[in-house]
Design a protein around this ligand. Sequence first.
Ligand code: ADP
Length: 454
Amino acid sequence: MYFKRLLIANRGEIARRIIRTARELGIETVAISSDVDAGLPFTSEADAHFVIGAAPPSESYLHQEKILDVARRTGADAIHPGYGFLAENATFARRVAEAGLTFIGPKAEAIGRVGGKLDARCLAVEAGVPVVPGTTALTDFGVAEREAERLGYPVLVKAAAGGGGIGMAVAADAKALERGVAEAKKRGATFFGSDVIYLEKLIDAPAHVEVQIVADHYGHVMALGERDCTIQRRHQKVVEETPSPRLQPSTRRAMMAAAVRLMQRAEYTNAGTVEMIYAGGGDARGAFYFLEVNSRIQVEHPVTEMVTGRDIVALQLGIAAGERLSDLIDVQRINGCAIEARICAENPERKFFPSPGVLSRVVFPDSTSDLRIDTGIVSQSLVPPHYDSLLAKVVAWGPTRDEAIERLKRALAETVIEGVKTNLSIFQPVLDHPVFRRGDHDTRFLKTHLGYEY
Ligand code: ADP
């Protein structure tokens, strides 16, 4: 392999996931961590490990200088950012390149082109991809009010720089709009350093369907199928599956083609995801609208790997090393169905509030070719309050959707996590629900069908 030593600028399950592929490719790995994470499995599984700072991300996983310093000192020739933290940070991607290393992801310019939700919407329009009816950047409340009237309530106020479900507010009338604008501006400024907002029409009872893209440096852009991530709480995914149970073949093809067009227009390279919102309604064909691009590997990538047999991290490394997609992928086949449950340290009875602490007992079923457990924790691990609450992804494959679901149910029933509150209890009722089994669920399912508050 082109790379000899890979620094992983991330933690937990995704750091372990990247280490696995690197090892298979004969690449040495360097882990960095905060001090509270020093005992997690990813730190001992890497060939080398450096504690670079305290728990707050600004002192460790987001500290660009410290990370680059470890990369230089260890002679790493590439940095994989995983997801979250610095993964979609164009400045970091540029600095990695300027230090003479390879950033495993798109070029800084491409991250810049798709990173802002408003810029990405413009690209989508240019590429002939439908976008949710909405506005450009809004600064004046009077204009926002007029625009909301034009779009028709309810509308969604969005922070242009937002992500992870943060910086969005639903407004059903002018009064709520005022509150929503203030909230989205504040959250945008606090979490993402920008108070730019815009409005989108709130699509009624939608589904979330996204397209996995891989693109090389020679103009080949390829869709590796879609993922349906409609089971959500607080606009964040909880269950993901592929293929989507709701798409007609013609709609699926149209979505793939739209995602490819958009990424070609962005001159995008490496792995990325084009997220769409799908308004099925009673219409057999259904309409889809572009939402945003995630310019990194996604949490839910394993379902795609299970049905395509492709290792997306290996594709990322191969593409970054200058290989051609036609050499990396010969024919693309989708085989069977895969479904993932995200187990998080959070309390479903208290609006899914995070529940950090020490894990007194952790038991997972054995992984098989049809069952994959991606996790960063073991018994006695500390779940710090500073990071995402994801503990594990349990991913099941089956020749049919029903078989994949039944396998996932069995695996979840064999899973034990004690010491913190988890959302483990929510999956069985979802997976058994007739609406979910028919593939008729929408993004509010946990609230409307199971009565969860969030
Ligand atoms: P983030 O970047 O914070 O993840 P997204 O724009 O990707 O935000 O949206 C996250 C989720 O919010 C979607 O999966 C969907 O459930 C919901 N959502 C976003 N935009 C709309 C919309 N216009 N109408 C209805 N739901 C939406």
